[in-house]
Design a binder for this molecule. Structure first.
Ligand code: SAH
Length: 357
């Protein structure tokens, strides 16, 4: 039996069609039903002549964790190499949903506050592994009578450390041939890989960008984000100026700002942020901190502090929102599982490699 042909391999599918001699429209219908309407696998394949020759998925659903409180679901998905990644469905309002996808297994950025960064593994996902998260979540949502509206790259990984596969995935998500998802409903969040942010804005000007800033003070930012040293605030500011000039004025770059008690939440921190953002077209999103076991020294700011900080920004004319955080109850339990599993698999893989040498 020849190797299965991927649903994204249009040339391969055409060759298969020529070989088995059936109507080319059947291939287009299959891609449309699956990637744009998110119908179930069996329904999509119904009537397709050589369905056993087609590979629809690159990831296997390992476990699904549903929040008991707010309708978020975390999907743990296994790659062919055996590693686990997470994709999170956020059912925000009736019918509307956001999917948070991973771009890597683990992450090399090692931010102090981030559970993924503490995993100590960084492996790139392939584009078809990135988009399979969208396909599987889209199918779940459609089965519930909902629609996938937004796709955010805020799961595991630093998207711009996997730039080539990220860009391929963005092509696939926005192309009419595949998902035909509106680029304005996609957001890529980054720790601040300045040059890659500009390349992304040039190639996908309608795709939204978010910068995880977390402090407008260079010394504080460096304590939280090791890469802040490589991409200093000055460089990031000129990057935003450049991106603002590339993107349509209606596209606002998002500034993410984690609220950490006694670290970055004082009035002077708000002042520094206001000064740094002066003249930029941005939207500030204040994020409540989800405590992680590996960072016992970090505590989230309390509500009155968040409100005062937000009010100070708003008073200075900045568009500011405070993120409503979903899925807290599943984050910890599921996140731990992913880390333990991946450590075991990574150790086994290293053992195999050593053995082979
Ligand atoms: N690497 C990318 C995307 C993944 S993280 C980035 O850095 O933006 C997505 C967002 O979640 C980032 O803004 C990140 O700073 C934030 N984040 C990470 N750990 C967090 C935590 N423990 N609590 C709240 N937000 C967190």
């Amino acid at each position: 039996m020849p190797a299965p042909i991927s649903i994204y391999d249009t040339h391969g599918l055409d060759a298969l069609r020529a070989e088995a001699r059936f109507d080319p429209q059947l291939t287009r219908n299959l891609q449309s039903k699956l990637l744009r309407q998110f119908v179930a696998d069996e329904t999509a394949l119904h009537g397709y002549p050589v369905s056993d020759r087609i590979a629809l998925h690159t990831l296997e659903l390992f476990r699904r964790c549903d929040s008991a409180v707010d309708g978020a679901s975390k999907l743990l998905l296994r790659t062919a190499a055996g590693m686990l990644i997470e994709a999170v469905i956020l059912r925000i309002e009736t019918g509307r949903s956001t999917l948070c996808v991973s771009s890597q297994v683990g992450c090399g950025a090692a931010c102090d506050f981030c559970a993924t960064g503490k995993m100590g593994i960084a492996r790139n996902l392939q584009a078809d592994e990135i988009v399979d998260q969208v396909l599987q979540a889209g199918q779940m949502l459609v089965a519930e009578g909902r629609r996938l509206r937004n796709i955010v790259f805020m799961g595991m990984g630093e998207p711009f450390h996997n730039e080539e596969q990220l860009f391929r995935a963005l092509e696939m998500l926005t192309s009419r041939e595949f998902f035909n998802h509106s680029p304005g409903k996609i957001l890529v969040s980054t720790v601040g890989v300045a040059d890659a942010m500009v390349r992304c804005a040039r190639r996908f000007p309608a795709v939204n960008l978010a910068l995880s800033l977390h402090s407008a003070r260079q010394d504080v930012r460096e304590t939280l984000i090791p890469l802040a040293n490589k991409y200093p605030l000055e460089a990031l500011r000129s990057t935003i100026v450049e991106i603002n000039a590339i993107q349509a004025p209606s596209t606002t770059l998002m500034i993410e700002y984690l609220m950490l008690a006694g670290v970055n939440d004082a009035s002077a921190d708000a002042e520094a942020l206001i000064a740094w953002l002066d003249g930029l077209n941005v939207h500030v999103n204040l994020i409540p901190y989800n405590p992680i076991d590996d960072a016992p020294h970090l505590v989230g700011s309390d509500r009155p502090t968040c409100k005062a900080f937000a009010d100070q920004l708003k008073g200075a004319g900045l568009k500011t929102t405070v993120r409503h955080s979903l899925g807290n109850d599943i984050a910890a339990a599921c996140g731990q599982l992913v880390r333990q599993e991946n450590r075991v698999i990574a150790r086994q893989a290293e053992g195999v490699n050593r053995g082979a040498r």
